[in-house]
Design a binder for this molecule. Structure first.
Ligand SMILES: [Zn+2]
Ligand SMILES: [Zn+2]
Length: 155
C-alpha cells in the first residue's frame, strides 16, 4: 500500500462499497460521523466499511486486519488502506501496528513516522501539514522475529 495507483484503487473500492441510499426506504442519507450515515426520511442508520472496522476495534481492541476482516466482512485491503490513509488509528497498547514505510518502526496510522517525515521535509512544519505522517505508539511493541501479526492480543 504505497503507490499512488494502490491508493487510488483503495479510494475507488471504498467509495464503491460506501452506502449511498437508505437500505429501508431508499431515501437520501447524510454523513453523521464515525463511518455512519442517517436517512433524511426515516432516520435509519447506515454504516460504511470505516464505521464497521472502527466499531469492531472500539469493542474488541486492536486486532489483526485479517481477524477484523473475518468479523466485519470488510476486505483486508480496505482495512490496510484505511490505516495507511490515517482514517483509522490503532489504539495505544496494541500489539499490532502499521510500519513506517521508510524505517519500519511502528506507527499507529499513516505511512511514515514523524522522524522520517522530519528528515524528509527538513522542517517541523511538514509534520503538521502532511496527512501521511503517523504517530508513534507510546510504548514500542516487542517484535518476535517479524511475526508480530500473530501475537496474541491481551486486553
Ligand atoms: Zn430511510
Ligand atoms: Zn520512520
Amino acid at each position: 500500500m504505497g503507490t499512488k495507483a494502490e491508493q487510488e484503487k483503495f479510494t475507488k473500492e471504498f467509495l464503491e462499497r460506501k452506502p449511498n441510499r437508505c437500505s429501508k426506504c431508499k431515501g437520501r442519507i447524510r454523513y453523521i460521523g464515525g463511518g455512519r450515515y442517517e436517512c433524511f426520511d426515516c432516520g435509519n442508520q447506515e454504516i460504511d466499511d470505516f464505521g464497521r472496522v472502527k466499531e469492531y476495534i472500539d469493542e474488541h481492541g486492536a486486532t489483526p486486519a485479517i481477524i477484523i476482516s473475518e468479523h466485519t466482512g470488510v476486505p483486508v485491503d480496505i482495512i490496510n488502506g484505511m490505516l495507511r490513509q490515517g482514517r483509522l488509528e490503532i489504539p495505544e497498547g496494541s500489539p499490532v501496528y502499521v510500519q513506517c514505510e521508510s524505517c519500519g518502526c511502528s506507527i499507529r496510522y499513516g505511512r511514515y513516522c514523524p522522524d522520517c517525515i522530519r528528515s524528509r521535509t527538513n522542517s517541523l512544519k511538514g509534520v503538521f501539514f502532511n496527512p501521511e505522517v503517523g504517530e508513534k505508539p507510546q510504548r514500542e511493541v516487542k517484535k518476535e522475529d517479524g511475526r508480530m501479526h500473530f501475537l496474541k492480543f491481551d486486553k
